[in-house]
Design a protein around this ligand. Sequence first.
Ligand SMILES: Nc1ncnc2c1ncn2[C@@H]1O[C@H](COP(=O)(O)OP(=O)(O)OP(=O)(O)O)[C@@H](O)[C@H]1O
Length: 585
Amino acid sequence: MMSLAWRSGRVKIVLSTALMILGGVAWPMLAFALREGINAVTNHDPAKAVAAGVSVGLLVIAALLLQHFAYVPYAETAELAVVAMNSELIELVAGSGRLEQQERTEYADRIALLRREIAQFSDGMTGLMAALALAVSMIVTGILLVSVHPLLLLLPVAAVPALFATQRAQRQVAAARDRSATAVRQAQHLFDLATSAVPAKELRVFRLQAEVRRRHLELWVGIGRVLRSGELRSAVIEASGQVVFAVTYVAAVLFVLRETVAGGNQVGDAVLVIALGAQVNQQVSGALDLLRRLQRVAESMARLRGLRASATGRTAPTADVELPDGIRHGLTMRDVSFGYPGADKLALTDVNLTLPAGSVVAIIGENGAGKTTLVKLLCRLYDATAGTIEVDGTDIRRFPVDQWRRRVTAAFQDFVRFEVPAQQTVGVGQLAQIDDRAAVLSALDRAHAGDLVDRLPQGLSTQLGNSWCQGTELSGGQWQKLALGRAMMRESPLLLILDEPTSALDAEAEHQLFERYAANAHRIGRATGAITVLVSHRFSTVRMADLILAVADGRIVEAGSHSSLLAANGMYAGLYNMQAAAYRR
Ligand SMILES: Nc1ncnc2c1ncn2[C@@H]1O[C@H](COP(=O)(O)OP(=O)(O)OP(=O)(O)O)[C@@H](O)[C@H]1O
């Protein structure tokens, strides 16, 4: 943070630091000038008294004004630091090649805390400067106290237990914050549910508004309890540290008054010690406050370091093979098992299969069977817990994940609604061509969605999403067609994943789309060995695939062509006949 400040304006930083230090010196020097003034008066020295009076005036002005100006460049730099931190957080979280990290509770909690705390980084910046001024101020105060009596140095020393107590107290508060992080995230989720547009329909239809509000409140009551107990413990610890200082201060004042009455000191010396004592008190509480702020910043920094460390640890060190241009034989899964982070049950168990080069493969199975998990492993959004996935015999973990991603494209069932102009919502599928109108139109055509553009008020330039001024809202099926278009932006993928990409379309539209698509996929497949994987519950579409995989409870239970699976009269045949009969009725 300091290096960022330094880079962004050295002259300003030097000037502000000087102003800050002068401001810090002004307060104790004010007490000194007061002493000189009072001693001059009691010694009947008018010239010295006037000089001391003028000094007091100037020092008051300096003490009150200098530090305000000193803060301006720091505040500016601190804002820049916050922007930089936010950007780093985005990179650390979204830059990850895989999803495991993001789905771990402790990781998600850490991110949520950091998101809330990141504004404090600016506090840290100004806090460091204030600490510098405070340190100078304390040194000058110590020198002045010693000049009256060396024993008075015990006064600042008595502040040390208070500093340690504050540190301990802050640990209590931090621990309470960590304990409540999951509940805070749940409360935030409920808040988002209650205030965002997408869940609004269901909340009203099921009359859930009051329930969501009740749960949100209940969570905050619990969070409040945890945080309060932490704050209370911290207050008790802090107060015990302050008591030591308070007793020492009273003793110091009594000591100086006694010396003055006994004639060992002048009246001005007593005033100096009383004034400096009050300043030490302020300096200590200022230091405590600073320590609290800096400690919170240090905790946030530690969280950020933790994220950085896990980000560094997540790059697969084994990437040592260039991804070939095409697939010659196929994609093979060998003894693949996979469990989601934190889940006690495996989502996939002992999967062994080969997806032949150039083929169209369909995956069927009941909800929760493991179909999406399988395609997520193929996309390398996760790495298998056990076993290997191979391209022509090479473990895909040996290819740089970036190279693999460039040759994979996908339309997921929970696709994203990018609320940007229509051209961009499709074009992001291949960033290099985002401005290429012809490429976008051609992708939409392959997705059977060309007609959609004609219906948009400004064609491809139409801003999508009704949360934007003059934005056009689309139906679920229309959004899905655009997501499909996005997947089609990559013209030569090695792997195309269509995970229920047409669930919002009617069966006839899906059938036509897939028929057309499969012909194209075979053409590309012959050239590069590209494999298409389709997850669907519609058997009229599934039957067109070269290879059909039936998944149940995380295992591949059947594999073969439509006719061979019908002949086997197993799970596929049962489900197919049931759906065909329903259509005939
Ligand atoms: N991110 C996740 N974290 C933990 N468990 C998950 C996660 N995603 C899925 N699961 C679990 O893994 C299992 C398989 O889920 P998957 O999404 O692969 O099913 P699916 O066959 O695609 O179902 P559907 O037809 O409903 O889409 C389910 O038991 C599910 O609860």
